[in-house]
Write a protein that binds this ligand. Sequence first.
Ligand code: SF4
Length: 396
Amino acid sequence: MLSEIDRRNNEDSVLRGERSPFDRRSFLMCALASGAALGLGEIAEPAAGAAQQKQNDAQFTVEAKFYQKLPNRKIKCKLCPRECTVGDRERGYCGVRENRGGTYYTLVHSRVCAAHVDPVEKKPLFHYLPGTIAFSLATAGCNVNCKFCQNWDISQSRPEQVPADYMPPRRVAELARQYNCPTIAYTYSEPVIFSEFLMDTADAGHQAGIRSIVVSNGYMQQESLKAAYGKMDAVKIDLKAFSESYYKNVVTGQLKPVLDTLVTLKKMGKWTEIVYLVVPGLNDSDQEFRGLAQWIKANLGEDVPLHFTQFHPEYLLKNLSITPVPTLERAKAIADAEGLHYVYIGNVPGHPAQNTYCPKCRKMLVERVGFTASKVLIRKDSCPFCRHPIPGVWHV
Ligand code: SF4
């Protein structure tokens, strides 16, 4: 019987054989190439030859922080709930961590395969520095395999399969400053699996006066969560469903550790927003929406922003249709009725539920057009009309 890691390695091979490796590579490198226009021209070209690749591998290889040594040069990874047991010269499920002689290494420190300047609303974070931009980056790899992944080219690839640049933490902070970004965003793939790089970059950013935000599935262990996301200034968690069966069958993960992450982030006092991608027929029942809203209210409070976003057919779920807008409106109506104060509809341009309204006087406080906050009326963290406090971080 195949182990989980063997199965994943087999899947990698299948993927390699099935398609041209980087059908959407143009998107990713576009992000870097567009650096020319953005002024990122000095970023090195991706490594080409074998010698260069070897040299770069050493640059990117740093001992992992969260693992336990076992007999016979094996290790147990303690970064995420999979707890991969990895033999010498093998890798864990995520494909970016390797055991070399009984010491575990990350292979993606400073190995940036996508970098871009995005509006913070695109993460989406709606209650955190609206109208600002974030220097956004990713490495290859992920610790789950969502069937709807939009960035599967990088998330489901090994580091060697994706062109990347050497971008150490201080360089990231310099670039963020150069582009007037008050934040660095760890996003696109799954930042859990590049935690060491994220932590070092957050430190470099803070030294330069730049904050850090992370867009994550939240599928991690408590110790690594506290250490890594303890350095974050804001967090967006993708809560992909409110059922273990969906997590098992569609995400290849588990719901419970993600809920634990959300509770711990609240205890840590981290500004957190939740995104729920509504996939037609798979996680869109009234019962699930109600259970989700009730859990959020009971465990995190009514002020946590919840974004119901529209699914677009991608990757392994191309057979499904786009989420109908009435389904998103039904989800919002249920969450509103359960008492959540800030329930948004996402990926539907022009929908009025993209805006922020005061939960007391119902006046509009933040107007959003596309990914831009076109009007922010909040003053002193409160509604200017009725003085009701509006939770969030509204000004740099
Ligand atoms: S981060 Fe998770 S998937 Fe990757 S090696 Fe560690 S336990 Fe396995």
